[in-house]
Each structure stands twice: as C-alpha cells, then as structure tokens.
Design a protein around this ligand. Structure first.
Ligand SMILES: C[S@@+](CC[C@H](N)C(=O)[O-])C[C@H]1O[C@@H](n2cnc3c(N)ncnc32)[C@H](O)[C@@H]1O
Length: 255
C-alpha cells in the first residue's frame, strides 16, 4: 500500500472512530424496529443460498448486520479499520451472547486465505474506499467457488444541484422541526478526503455492476430493498425521509 493510501485509510478510520458512538442512532444504520428486522431477514433469505454459511462482513462497523446474520444462524466474521466501531460491535455481540469474530482488517485486502467464505457482504462501504475495484477483486479471492458477493449501497449525493438541495433542505428541516442534527452518526469527510475517493457521494449501481461483471462474477441480481426502506422511513424524521429518496440497492453476484 502506498503512503498516500495509508494516510487516506488513517483519516477514514479516525472519522469513524469519532462517529462510532452515535452511528446506530441513525435510522438508516441501526435497526430501529422489529418490522425493520423482519424486512431485512426476508431480504437476505431471498439472496442467501439456504444452508450453513460462513459470512465475511467487510467494513462491518458497529456490527449491526453481522449480529443479524448471527441471529439467522450463520457463522460470521466482521472486519473494519476503525477500532472504536469494532469496540462497539464487540460490546453489542457480548451483550446479546452472539458468537461473532470481529477484528481489524482492510476491506480492500481482507486478511484471509483464498476460498475462506461462502458470502462476502458489505453495506455502505464501497463509497469510502479509495480502490473499490481492487476490493471487489479481493472479495472474489476469499470466496469459495459458487460463493456470493452481496453489496448494499446507494447514491445520496450525485453531485447535481437537485441532490445537494434535497440533502440540505432535509437536514435544515430536521434541525428546525425536530432539533435533530442529521450529521450525527455520519463521519463527515473533508473535501480533501472526498477527493481521494472515486465514489464519495455513493457508488452508482451501474458502476458496481461493472465492477462485478469485469471481475468475473456471474448471475448478477439486483434488489431494491423496498420493504426495508419503508420500515426504516417509519422511524425517520420528515427531513430525513426527504433526503432518503435516492438510489439505493442490493446487488449480488456468484463466483
Ligand atoms: C458507513 S459505515 C458502515 C458500517 C456497516 N457496514 C453498516 O452498514 O452498518 C462504513 C464503515 O466502513 C469502515 N471502513 C472504511 N474503510 C475501510 C477499509 N478500508 N477497511 C475496513 N473497513 C473500512 C469504516 O470504519 C466504517 O465502520
């Protein structure tokens, strides 16, 4: 890894260390209701092959979805570069008696042997990687044959005036009406850091599909996660609901 890459990742890790305490309070991060949890489970049941699975959650953060996978009966390993996010994840797992292995590791180059997992999963991660293409290639490496990569991401800032106005208006409305700061639970990258990330406003579906097909993933499928999003919106302030009307998707492919 070049010294620039190391610096970028240190900055990213630091930002998430700071955001770790409030991360789960955000309605799009922490699971806020039984209805949302059930919707997530149904979404993953449609995507995961029905058998014992070893799942690697890359950029697992506070482990919200790692915990869900463990609850669904899967064997889960979560890696992240933020020690504080991992600390929160471990505390949550301990409190719930969940047997999950959490550890430090770079999602762009997961420290595991080839063919170690049935599923490599990432949520809200690709946008914050300096080398998303390299990450997808390495995810394929640690997947066993017929294993699946499962990615959830979205584009909250496409760079257009419309998307900026929607975000700013939503944040202002939430602050005025609900006295809630929408920046809480987010890392808030500087322009300098964003300039180092090819998808700083979110990874577009077409681009991610291209990464998967160029890496040789087959049977690519796309889901809109409508049921999950509807459930999440029930716990979001009005301003946040306005902000959330952007492209959001689950994409998966088979090795
Ligand atoms: C938006 S959070 C998403 C957390 C979790 N996946 C979720 O959906 O709740 C992004 C996470 O990716 C982690 N991250 C960023 N770059 C990473 C990298 N190169 N390797 C591992 N984790 C990384 C951050 O520390 C942070 O915990």
């Amino acid at each position: 890894m070049s010294s620039t890459e190391i610096q970028i990742k240190e900055m990213v890790a630091h930002k998430w260390d700071l955001a770790s305490e409030t991360f789960d309070t955000h309605a799009g991060h922490g699971i806020q209701s039984q209805k949302e949890k059930d919707a997530w489970k149904r979404a993953f049941q449609d995507v995961f092959p029905k058998k014992d699975l070893k799942i690697l959650d890359v950029g697992c953060g506070t482990g919200e979805l790692s915990l869900l996978f463990a609850e669904m009966g899967y064997k889960v390993t979560g890696i992240d570069i933020s020690r504080q996010m991992l600390k929160t994840a471990k505390t949550k797992a301990e409190a719930r008696g969940a047997d999950i292995t959490f550890g430090e590791g770079d999602a762009e180059n997961p420290p595991f042997d080839i063919s170690s997992f049935d599923i490599v999963f990432s949520r809200h991660l690709l946008w914050t990687l300096p080398n998303p293409k390299k990450a997808v290639e390495n995810w394929k490496r640690v997947l066993r044959k017929n294993g699946k990569v499962v990615i959830i991401d979205g584009v909250w800032d496409s760079g257009t005036l419309e998307s900026r106005v929607r975000r700013d208006a939503g944040a202002l409305l939430t602050l005025l009406l609900e006295r809630k700061d929408l920046r809480k639970g987010h890392a808030g990258y500087s322009d300098e850091l964003k300039a180092q990330l090819p998808h700083a406003g979110g990874a577009p579906l077409e681009k991610v599909k291209e990464y998967l097909s160029n890496t040789g993933f087959e049977k690519i499928q796309i889901f809109d996660l409508k049921e999950v999003r509807e459930a999440q919106k029930e716990n979001m302030p009005l301003g946040e609901r306005i902000v959330r009307s952007y492209q959001y998707y689950l994409i998966c492919g088979r090795k």
